[in-house]
Design a protein around this ligand. Structure first.
Ligand code: MF3
Ligand code: CO
Ligand code: CO
Length: 268
């Protein structure tokens, strides 16, 4: 596949899809409480996307090569689940951490974003993992500008994760996005400065680091989708969809409830 450069019309459509995805996270936030099931969160988000936003939940029946169709409308990854957690009967309890990953399709274009939620009161360790992972995403985003490389992004993320005592999941990565859910390029969350594809204005891709409290190794569960840490350590992830602009970047997945960047990030 080719890395596409989006024109102004496409960028505007991506802003709309991205805002809708982020607004689903705003909508669901008050429901993420002890006692709710991940299946209930999926149902609420599904109904909001379909009935309120007139948008399509991109995960539902999504079937990349080698996968069975994804059975739900969002991903809910709890504690040691790294990504692609399938919503079901699991009841969230105080102290759990959960990633909610939302992808909507609106007017043929995709918006993809995820946030971490602490259910009830988190342990200091869980809170720190979520906070450092958020910083990792933003340190990656802060590299984005024309002539920077994908390796610059990956290296910055890896350095912050590993100096914090954490590990970076290698098997899953960020991705180009547009008319397709997953397009080129692959955006690795580790790497070497100056390596890899050179960024150009008009590229749109996600940055979505998965950071483990323990070792980086993962396993796939029997459902064919849910990814967990092999050592059962906690894992966290945050995701934005980002446009390369003439002087830096623009976040496509913004809404009223988007958390602010860490204080050390300078907005271009
Ligand atoms: N939203 C995920 C991503 O960030 C992909 C989920 S695929 C699904 O790339 F089928 F599990 F939904
Ligand atoms: Co993504
Ligand atoms: Co996603």
């Amino acid at each position: 596949m080719q890395v596409t450069i989006k024109n102004n019309i496409e960028v505007e459509k991506m802003r709309i899809a991205g805002k809708l995805a982020s607004e689903v996270l705003d909508y669901i936030t008050p429901y993420v409480q002890p006692g709710v099931t991940t299946g209930e969160l999926d149902r609420l988000c599904h109904d909001y996307m379909v009935n309120v936003q007139n948008a399509i939940p991109a995960p539902l029946n999504y079937a990349p090569p080698g996968y069975t169709p994804y059975p739900k409308s969002i991903c809910t990854s709890v504690n040691q689940q790294v990504c692609h957690g399938v919503p079901g009967d699991k009841i969230l309890k105080s102290g759990d951490i959960v990633n909610l990953d939302i992808t909507v399709i609106k007017n043929d274009y995709h918006g993809d974003t995820s946030r971490m939620f602490c259910v009830g009161t988190p342990s200091p360790q869980a809170k720190r993992l979520c906070d450092i992972t958020y910083e990792c995403m933003w340190i990656g985003i802060a590299q984005v500008r024309p002539d920077a490389t994908l390796g610059d992004i990956g290296h910055a993320i890896q350095k912050h994760a590993e100096t914090s005592g954490y590990s970076v999941v290698r098997e899953f990565c960020g991705h180009g996005i547009g008319k397709n859910f997953h397009e080129d390029p692959q955006v690795l969350h580790y790497g070497r400065p100056g390596a890899g594809l050179k960024l150009q204005a008009g590229m749109i891709f996600t940055i979505e680091p998965m950071i483990n409290a323990g070792k980086r190794d993962i396993r796939q569960m029997g459902d064919g989708w849910t990814i967990v840490t092999k050592d059962r350590s906690l894992s966290a992830q945050w995701e934005h969809t980002v446009l390369v602009t003439a002087d830096g970047y623009e976040i496509m997945t913004l809404s009223a409830g988007t958390p602010p960047p860490p204080s050390f990030i300078r907005i271009p």
